[in-house]
Design a protein around this ligand. Structure first.
Ligand code: PEP
Length: 256
């Protein structure tokens, strides 16, 4: 199984800045057969970067897209329109859920739309600080996982990636705390068990499960050794070239 390192640039970088960053990243990045690196630039940069990228070294990921393929949806961009530019898309990132009010039904339609357009959805799930405090983590994870996958046909279930991102550990959270490897392990076990119970152990054994939440060079190795974790979704640290490269090299070391 490959190890995935995905950088989420969020609302950062102009097209010019994104292009310079990508140029430097491609120059510094060895092409590791067993490490799949991807970056999720802002939408405006996807088309120009798709012409610049060396897809053997790095893939492009969208941060979001709309679930209809075309029509009267002013201001939206569809997975259909991104087809060919990107290989992956984040879906249901907590910033989409809590700032833009995306619910599991919307997330499910987006997951299905991505697959329909030959784009691998990275379904982001995770509990808030108060949900954890009230002992609701397992229910939230199960609901977001089963809800988010509800429009995927059983024979397409192997086409998804899951990212566990506790909302309270994401660096943009008011008082972000680092998740401990044990906390991550417990939820990743639950994710894998829920997938196996719902779709069968054989069909879901190879679904990659990533972790995200204030990942940095100093904690990446620890998270990558959590059983069942197949990679990292990196926000803030992916904006700093040297840190992102360090994390990729740590992944290579940990996995070799
Ligand atoms: C994210 O936004 O997906 C994320 C994990 O951000 P950060 O690494 O900054 O916490």
């Amino acid at each position: 199984m490959k190890t995935y390192i995905v950088g989420n640039w969020k609302l950062n970088f102009t097209v010019g800045e994104a292009s310079i960053y990508l140029h430097k990243l491609l120059k510094a990045l060895p092409s590791y057969r067993d490490i799949q690196v991807a970056v999720a630039p802002p939408l405006t940069a996807l088309q120009p970067l798709s012409l610049q990228v060396d897809r053997h070294k790095l893939k492009l990921c969208a941060q979001n897209a709309f679930y209809r393929d075309y029509g009267a949806y002013t201001g939206e961009v569809s997975f259909n329109q991104l087809r060919g530019l990107i290989d992956y898309s984040l879906v249901g990132h907590s910033e989409r859920r809590y700032i833009f009010h995306e619910d599991d039904k919307t997330v499910a339609k987006k997951v299905a739309a991505a697959i329909r357009n030959h784009i691998t959805p990275i379904l982001c799930i995770g509990e808030t600080e108060s949900e954890r405090a009230f002992g609701e983590t397992a229910d939230v994870i199960r609901d977001q996982l089963i809800g988010g996958l509800s429009e995927v046909a059983d024979d397409n279930i192997h086409k998804v990636i899951i990212a566990y991102e506790p909302v309270w550990a994401i660096s943009s959270a008011k008082s972000a705390k680092l998740a401990t490897p044990d906390e991550v392990a417990e939820v990743v076990r639950l994710i894998r068990a829920t997938l196996a119970d719902t779709y069968g152990a054989k069909a879901t054994a190879d679904i990659p499960v990533l972790f995200g939440g204030s990942v940095s060079p100093s904690n990446a190795g620890g998270y990558l050794t959590v059983p069942g974790v197949d990679g990292l979704l990196v926000g803030n640290a992916s904006l700093i070239l040297n840190e992102f490269i360090d994390i990729i090299n740590i992944a290579k070391r940990v996995r070799s």
